[in-house]
Write a new protein. Structure first.
Length: 351
């Protein structure tokens, strides 16, 4: 067990880093057609993933991604001590059915689209507490299952406003280890690797917004709160990071975030990147405000961000997945949509 430093109201600096040993990403054809298409591990042209229902397709997607992350590192289920994972569906159905055949002790999570940040955070806390040496963190989303869950089945053919985002069909998985990855690890390059050195836990922020077709606006206040507290707790400023990645604010949420931070004299624009903006090319793919879903930030992290940290192109980044905490019941009863964002500090480490 290591002694960690509690910073401010909600941040933790780890006395020993937690290493990311392996990562995997699987997406559908629409994501592969976007700007990051060459970075993903696997592309499945069949959005049903060989299944009979959208929900089963997402379960298969997440299970295959978790298995791929283990295979890339030469590991099997017995090598993984805990699994933290979740999705967007009620009772995290996709994850429950997807994890059933893996045989790994499992904790199901729901943080909406912030789930990858939540799983990485809890995985790190479990490892630093001494509850194992390896943890699997995973999440997924599927455009069709999410539309069916929160809006209308695809056959309804409803129109989407320009503030709406497109749920990513994809799954990302990371394996955390208390020890540095070996030279044969997929996330080892030269003498470098990627490690998590700190966390900023998100707080639920509710500004009273009720538009489920503008989730970027609902989540931006939470992203602002987490980023500002990360800077304050760690005594850092934007220039101390090579990039700050939010999860899926999209073009509208990004503008709101930058305005809110500017009111606190934090100019994030030069280094801010949003996974929802990066993953699609809106003019050619008609995704409106950008991408969203648990899988959005997860696949961008696994495929695009981590390799650049491992190579040393980015020395330190702040990964801030964002989530809109609505449900079918809360939305239909006219409740507002709270947001949450979890901050994960990822650094290049020499080993």
């Amino acid at each position: 067990m290591s002694r960690n430093l509690r910073l401010g109201a909600s941040s933790i600096a780890f006395s020993k880093p937690l290493y990311i040993e392996s990562a995997a990403s699987i997406v559908s054809q629409k994501e592969a057609d976007g700007p990051l298409g060459d970075f993903f591990d696997l592309v499945c042209e069949d959005p049903m993933f060989g299944c009979d229902t959208w929900e089963s397709a997402e379960s298969t997607l997440q299970k295959e991604t978790a298995t791929l992350a283990m295979n890339k590192a030469g590991l099997n289920s017995e090598d993984i001590h805990l699994m933290f994972a979740g999705d967007l569906l009620a009772q995290t159905a996709a994850t429950c059915f997807g994890s059933a055949g893996l045989g790994i002790p499992f904790y199901g999570l729901y943080g909406a689209c912030s789930t990858m940040g939540e799983s990485l955070s809890l995985g790190c806390l479990a490892l630093t507490a001494g509850f194992g040496t390896r943890v699997l963190c995973a999440t997924s989303s599927h455009f069709a299952s999410a539309e069916k869950e929160f809006r209308f089945p695809l056959g309804y053919g409803n129109q989407r406003p320009f503030s709406a985002t497109w749920t990513v069909t994809g799954s990302g998985a990371c394996i955390l280890n208390t020890a540095p990855p070996g030279e044969k690890s997929p996330l080892h390059s030269g003498n470098g690797c990627a490690a998590i050195t700190g966390l900023t836990a998100g707080r639920v922020m509710d500004y009273g917004l009720k538009d489920s077709m503008n989730m970027g606006g609902c989540m931006a206040p939470a992203a602002c709160d987490t980023i500002a507290r990360n800077f304050s707790d760690f005594g850092r400023k934007p220039s101390d990071y090579d990039a700050v990645f939010t999860g899926d604010l999209g073009s509208i949420g990004q503008k709101i975030l930058l305005d809110l931070l500017s009111e606190q004299n934090i100019q994030l624009s030069p280094i801010h990147k949003d996974c929802g903006i990066l993953i699609y090319d809106n003019p050619s793919q008609d995704t409106h405000a950008g991408g969203s879903g648990c899988g959005c930030s997860a696949v961008v992290l696994a495929s695009y961000i981590l390799p650049k940290v491992v190579s040393g192109e980015w020395k330190r980044i702040l990964f801030v997945p964002t989530g809109a905490l609505l449900s079918k019941v809360s939305f239909n009863e006219g409740d507002s949509i709270p947001g949450i964002a979890h901050g994960v500090v990822i650094e290049h480490m020499e080993v």
